[in-house]
Design a binder for this molecule. Structure first.
Ligand SMILES: [Zn+2]
Length: 322
């Protein structure tokens, strides 16, 4: 009855061409014969006429129903909010113990945390990080295909171990190193967990340099593009800044006139300290000073000899520059 339903419910173009309802509207509008029959309420079973009318009003469905099941791992808030590596491991370990005790009330665990519980909590943390940061690589490896060429893990030859963790393949499988050293866990560069791991190792090894910290971390974790991340964190370390800071240097004052004005040797010295001495004593003092600082030749002269400073200098000049 409603001509707008033809378009909204879908109709082929060839049928639309012949559809009078679409082009002319309902017959009562064309013939000016409005229906006088009141609305009828259906009570009980529908007649075949009612069913036909209802089916004509139903919208044609052309879409196929598809059911998609997705498995999404959401990042744990505690990993992004915690600021301590050891604290994070203990929090997750306590949570895992609570879950195990709830599921197995007859075999409850109590007491302090054990090393195996802490290592299991680390596995849980890293698994959650890898499932959120390297999901494409993990899916490819689980399918048995190679990881995408544009992935940043291509050069690491990654593989999935028994704990379903992503590890570095590398080329050290025939070495005598420990398994964790040969195949460290891969963690992303920009993640709160990576930051707290770097801070943990940096504090544990007494604020060592970037290369030392990076090599120590690689015994357990492989940080993608880790060198820059480690350098950035150490650069922002307050303690390292205090230790490595240099004191400020004062600007030196202007040199006095005596040091920047060329004069004859001992001229200023004589004028300053021997001003009140007799002339002969001043010349003798000058002679002694010259012999103590330069290569001069002493000559024996009589007591009553008159020593002229000018002659003495000329004599020295001849000796030095024969
Ligand atoms: Zn530091």
């Amino acid at each position: 009855m409603n001509s707008a339903d033809i378009i909204s419910r879908g109709l082929h173009a060839d049928k639309l061409q012949e559809n009078e309802l679409w082009w002319s509207g309902p017959p009562f509008l064309v013939n000016n014969e409005y229906p006088g029959v009141p609305m009828r309420l259906v009570d009980g079973d529908l007649t075949s006429k009612d069913e036909d009318m209802i089916s004509s009003e139903l919208k044609l469905s052309t879409a196929n129903q598809v059911c998609v099941v997705t498995h999404i791992v959401e990042p744990l808030d505690v990993i992004n909010n915690c600021s301590s590596f050891t604290k994070l491991k203990r929090i997750v370990a306590w949570c895992k113990r609570f879950i195990n005790n709830t599921r197995n009330p007859l075999n409850r665990t109590s007491g302090t945390l054990t090393t195996s519980e802490l290592s299991q909590s680390l596995v849980c943390i890293v698994k959650n990080i890898q499932r959120t940061a390297f999901i494409k690589e993990l899916q490819s490896l689980e399918k048995g295909t190679s990881i995408p060429n544009n992935s940043e893990l291509v050069n690491l030859c990654p593989f999935i171990d028994d704990d379903r963790l992503l590890k570095v393949g590398g080329r050290l499988k025939n070495s005598n190193l420990l398994y964790n050293q040969k195949c460290p866990l891969i963690i992303p560069a920009k993640h709160n967990f990576t930051f707290i791991v770097i801070n943990y190792y940096h504090a544990l090894y007494f604020h060592a340099g970037a290369e030392t910290i990076l090599s120590l971390i690689r015994n357990r974790f492989w940080i993608v593009r880790g060198r820059n991340t480690v350098r950035k964190i150490i650069f922002n370390c307050i303690i390292c800044k205090k230790i490595n800071s240099k004191g400020s240097n004062q600007i030196m004052g202007q040199l006095p006139v005596a040091r920047v004005t060329p004069t004859r040797a001992f001229n200023r010295f004589m004028n300053t300290f021997t001003r009140k001495m007799p002339q002969q004593m001043r010349e003798m003092l000058k002679l002694l000073c010259l012999n103590s600082t330069t290569r001069r030749r002493l000559q024996v002269v009589p007591d009553n000899a008159q020593i002229n400073a000018k002659d003495y200098d000329m004599q020295d000049t001849k000796l030095l520059h024969p």
